[in-house]
Design a protein around this ligand. Structure first.
Ligand SMILES: [Zn+2]
Length: 507
């Protein structure tokens, strides 16, 4: 490839370079040393300034980065009570196929108490229970004197201490939808998601999924939603009824769950969204095996007239009627497998103290133990709600889609970190929360923005300039320190004419 210079360029930097190129036919013949050898210090400075100016002008011409494309839709699915180690104990081929193409977090550290309502609200707010106010699946509010139960959860007053993502995303111009997620059929801040299904346990997974796919697709009148949540009651229901150690029952329930995951994947493929939508599959808590041999009876320690019982097991919430201290002392020595806490003494790590709905005394049963008021009847063979440091209480996290890396596994993550992760995927500014995006970053696909390209370009040119300058300085220092530096100076002095073809420099 021939390189030609136009003779009319009368710039001092060009002439020495011309001398090189005139003697070289092919680019491969030109060496950096030749170029360096041809340039004096002043010329080198000029070259550097020229390149710097070019870089600045180029950067200025790029202007502000082009607007980002809209984020892919995000589907968040919760299979209630999916204990993390079910993944190791049961086949789950569809779920494994899903996260083999994406990411898996083997255990999520969820929030205390490890019940359904607190944890589902934490997933979509990034807040601990004491911060979002849904402190249990059964609650009492001392201000309003109201009681909350899963079957009577539609009073908006309970949900106002936080704002779930399906509401916050509306403010970013995103359309959202919810299918049976706890709290999603309640007006929060006088708003609901763009679409929602009132809770009805009789609606099948296929029917719920049918709504989800329609919402994602949109229609002639309205565009598809960008964020949708989907809730399913299993394997929690079977876990409570038969206990998580019942392999026969759990195998059947988890086969159905896995079939539902397969149905979800095939439906997303059928409508052309698989691979174009980010899908998160997770849960709220695990499940512990209970036994009639592990009962704690409150009546053995305290007459029921002394307190009101708001929640029973495995975290009992009590409102003493009179002497709180005396009630606490009786309960504190009640049973070796139950720990009593005054509200002010609940361990900081549980993040379960600073809310008026947390009652003056709570009793925490050890794993697998059940608190009852009296009798020998075990209400259920499986339960959850225990200390959130127990692996049996942990769910898992799996995800796939354009926002996630492929084939990545992590051992653990906090469930409150999922909220900032979802906000990042949706480009929604998160509300104040207890989570962090940083622990979840290894799950995310690398993103290359226009700003990144500009930064890389600037860095490359900057490094090139630096190396060029260093090479010149190094060569100049060598010349100064070499034994024939005197003759070098003499030669340079005698060849001060840029147009001289004598080529006496740097030989
Ligand atoms: Zn649950």
């Amino acid at each position: 490839m021939l390189i030609q210079f136009k003779p009319r360029w009368n710039i001092s930097i060009v002439n020495p370079l011309r001398k090189i190129f005139q003697n070289k036919t092919f680019l491969t013949e030109i060496k950096t040393d030749d170029i360096l050898a041809s340039l004096s210090g002043g010329r080198m400075f000029f070259l550097g300034f020229f390149l710097w100016s070019f870089t600045e002008v180029t950067a200025a011409q790029q202007g502000p980065p082009p607007p980002s494309p809209p984020p892919p839709p995000l589907l968040l699915v919760s299979f209630d009570g999916f204990r993390a180690d079910y993944l190791k104990r049961f086949p789950m081929p569809n779920l494994k196929l899903l996260y083999s193409q994406g990411v898996l977090v083997q255990e999520l550290t969820n929030v205390f108490i490890t019940k359904t309502f607190p944890n589902h609200y934490s997933l979509v707010t990034g807040l601990y229970a004491e911060s979002h106010g849904i402190v249990g699946s059964s609650m009492y509010d001392p201000d309003s004197h109201k009681y909350f139960h899963p079957s009577s959860d539609l009073d908006p007053v309970w949900w106002q201490e936080a704002e779930p993502l399906w509401i916050t995303a509306l403010d970013s111009g995103l359309r959202t939808a919810t299918a049976m997620w706890p709290g999603s059929d309640v007006t929060i801040g006088n708003r609901t998601a763009t679409h929602f299904l009132p809770y009805n346990g009789a609606v099948t997974f296929r029917q719920r999924l049918g709504n989800v796919t329609q919402w994602l697709l949109g229609n002639d009148k309205e565009s598809g939603v960008k964020f949708v949540v989907l809730y399913w009651e299993e394997p929690d229901r079977t876990g409570h009824m038969f206990g998580p150690e019942n392999d026969t029952a759990m195998s059947k329930a988890l086969k159905e769950v896995d079939d539902n995951i397969g149905l979800m994947m095939s439906e997303l493929k059928r409508i052309g969204l698989w691979g174009r939508v980010n899908v998160i599959v997770t849960s709220d808590h695990g499940m512990a095996q209970c036994s009639p041999e592990r009962l704690i009876r409150l009546d053995d320690c305290l007459h029921p007239d002394n307190y009101t019982l708001v929640d029973v097991s495995p975290v009992a919430a009590l409102v003493p009627r009179q002497d709180t201290e005396a009630v606490f002392n009786l309960l504190n020595d009640c049973h070796a497998h139950m720990t009593a806490y005054m509200k002010k003494s609940i361990p900081e790590r549980l993040h379960y103290r600073n809310n008026r709905r947390i009652q003056p005394i709570i009793l925490l049963a050890d794993e697998g133990w059940t608190i009852v008021q009296r009798g020998d009847h075990l209400p259920q063979l499986g339960d959850h709600g225990y200390d959130n440091s127990l692996p049996s209480m942990h769910p898992f996290f799996a995800a796939t889609g354009p926002g996630f890396r492929g084939g990545v596994e992590m051992s653990e993550l906090k469930s409150v970190d999922i909220y900032p992760l979802m906000c990042h995927l949706l480009s929604v500014t998160p509300r104040p929360n207890n989570g962090s995006l940083e622990p979840a970053r290894p799950l995310l696909a690398a993103q290359c923005t226009a700003g990144d390209v500009s930064l890389v370009f600037t860095l490359v040119v900057g490094v090139a300039l630096f190396l060029l300058t260093m090479a010149f300085v190094f060569r100049w220092v060598c010349r100064c320190c070499s034994p024939d530096s005197t003759s070098f100076q003499r030669l340079q002095t005698g060849d001060d004419d840029d147009d001289d073809d004598g080529g006496g420099l740097f030989h």
